[in-house]
Design a binder for this molecule. Structure first.
Ligand SMILES: [Mg+2]
Length: 266
């Protein structure tokens, strides 16, 4: 069956029946998180400040853990790169363990303030959030239509995947602790920036190749028109998800939805 019920960006408010995507082809639904399944505010007003608050104490408490030690080394390497590129990160000192801890924490804060996608930082944030979720201080958040959509898509035999710049661990923690319960059982696969940048078509090609499914069998949904464009370049079908009033897409340029209700509706 072709089509779904939508409001097009050009004629907002008018419900019409149009071919949003080729439903018969879609086997895998690949979802962005920030702004798509989850309010951006959850990330910027809850998660990031939490990681920022806990970063220094977390590094101190876990510096003897080899995994954390390796991430601090990765931060050190990224710091050198940033300095060489003239980005002027806060200075880094290795004179003593104390200086090293203070430097890594200060640099981590600097990266967080820049909304850096640095993989080492993302891994550290993921581990800090893990502690927060485990203690119950943090709970995941999704838009109200998301749990029902997951259930519906799964029932219809679709494979649900996530592709987000948050680490895979952070993604699993988020979907594992929403107020409706643990919805990770609906999600078959998680991708983060280890597969590549979300604005690079090659990343979507790699994700496609990892399934041995043709690219057109994928429906990628994101609030970023840059991301949906490159997913389409890689041959995937794509929908732009505009939640709330912060529409950024040029009207009519892309297939737009405002929630998941019309995607494989019953
Ligand atoms: Mg997004």
């Amino acid at each position: 069956m072709l089509g779904a019920k939508i409001h097009s960006a050009a004629d907002r408010g008018e419900v019409e029946r149009v071919a949003l995507f080729d439903e018969a082809q879609v086997r895998v639904i690949l979802l962005d998180i920030e702004g798509t399944t989850t309010p951006i505010d959850f990330v910027y007003k809850t998660l990031f400040p939490y990681a920022s608050r806990k970063l220094e104490s977390f590094l101190r408490e876990n510096s003897a853990n080899p995994e954390i030690g390796a991430l601090i080394e990765d931060l050190r390497a990224q710091h050198e790169l940033d300095e060489r590129n003239g980005l002027k990160p806060p200075s880094w000192r290795d004179d003593s363990e104390e200086e090293r801890m203070r430097s890594s924490a200060a640099y981590g804060q600097w990266l967080i303030a820049r909304d850096s996608k640095c993989t080492a930082l993302k891994s550290l944030q993921g581990k800090i959030w893990q502690q927060g979720y485990a203690s119950g201080e943090l709970k995941g958040e999704v838009y109200p239509d998301v749990p029902a959509a997951f259930e519906r898509w799964k029932r219809k035999g679709k494979i649900i995947g996530i592709y987000s710049s948050g680490s895979v661990l952070a993604q699993q923690l988020l979907f594992g602790s929403i107020p409706a319960g643990d919805v990770t059982r609906y999600i078959s696969v998680f991708f983060d920036t280890r597969v590549g940048a979300k604005t690079d078509a090659e990343s979507y090609r790699k994700i496609g190749a990892s399934f041995s499914e043709e690219p057109k069998r994928f429906l990628f949904i994101s609030d970023s028109s840059k991301e949906t464009e490159v997913a389409q370049l890689a041959g995937m079908q794509a929908l732009l998800c505009e939640r709330g009033p912060h529409a950024t897409a040029p009207p009519g340029a892309q297939k737009v939805i405002h929630d998941f209700e019309g995607v494989f509706a019953d």
